[in-house]
Design a protein around this ligand. Structure first.
Ligand code: PEP
Length: 251
């Protein structure tokens, strides 16, 4: 039985005041038993979030880390070891905004994934196709390649301490959501790809869906057999909406 996980990716949003208000709302949430919850604030607000949510069951993660695991001379970067020292539990790796806007390549994603695990943190590996790729019938090929490069470089066992997030690029921040059937098809393919290497790892790994998840569509998505929770962008900036999504994961 896989424990559902709901993670909120705040992206580059927030001021000290709006973050304080959001954290206040999150602290009041009754997180359903059996659901694991995490929030991923911008680096600037990680400490504030850790302090505000101390004693709650909500874990904190980062949206990115340096390719180098250890601190050193790398201006403007944050090392996974620094995130671990701060008290983070998770690091988002390979989000499509970093792949497509910033130009992060698979080799960098692999190094960040490895850096994260080398200091005891858990990566959330994001994979997903663009609209053009979906329309060309290449969804499973693209997602399969994004996953395969990590398996080939680091081995399938790394997924014992990681989650995968399937996020169709065309559904992120657009209000368009994959149908539960569309998402399930890709989630099942991801699990089958992992199972071809190691059935136990595949059975245990959590595969999250991300892309315009809201309280109104969460239960239907999370009801699919291979969807183990969600990676939530816009809707995670509202504590009540995020709380309702967490409840959907527990129902
Ligand atoms: C995301 O950025 O990971 C995401 C899923 O965003 P949204 O929920 O806003 O589509």
């Amino acid at each position: 039985m896989r424990r559902p996980l709901v993670a909120g990716n705040w992206k580059m949003h927030g001021t000290r005041a709006s973050v304080a208000e959001l954290l206040d709302g999150l602290r009041r949430l009754a997180v359903p038993n059996g659901v694991e919850v995490a929030v991923l604030p911008p680096f600037l607000f990680i400490d504030q979030a850790l302090n505000a949510l101390a004693g709650s069951s909500i874990a904190i993660g980062a949206q990115n880390c340096a390719e180098e695991a250890r601190q050193g001379a790398l201006t403007g970067e944050i090392a996974a070891s620094q995130l671990a020292d701060a008290g983070c539990a998770w690091v988002l790796v390979g989000h499509s905004e970093r792949r497509l806007i910033i130009g992060e390549r698979d080799e960098q994603v692999i190094r960040k994934f490895a850096a994260t695990q080398s200091v005891g943190l858990r990566p959330m590996l994001c994979v997903g196709e663009t609209l053009e790729q979906r329309e060309a019938g290449k969804t499973l090929e693209i997602v399969g390649q994004q996953l395969a490069c990590v398996i080939e470089s680091l081995g399938v066992a790394v997924f014992e301490r990681a989650v995968v997030a399937y996020e169709p690029v065309w559904a992120i921040g657009t209000g368009l959501t994959a149908t539960p059937q569309q998402a399930q098809e890709v989630h099942a393919a991801i699990r089958a790809q992992l199972a071809a290497e190691d059935a136990e790892v595949a059975q245990a790994v959590r595969i999250l869906y991300g892309g315009s998840v809201k309280a109104a569509n969460a239960a239907e998505l999370f009801g699919m057999p291979d969807i183990d929770g969600g990676l939530i962008g816009g809707a995670s900036l509202n504590a009540d909406e995020f709380g309702a999504i967490c409840c959907a994961a527990g129902s």
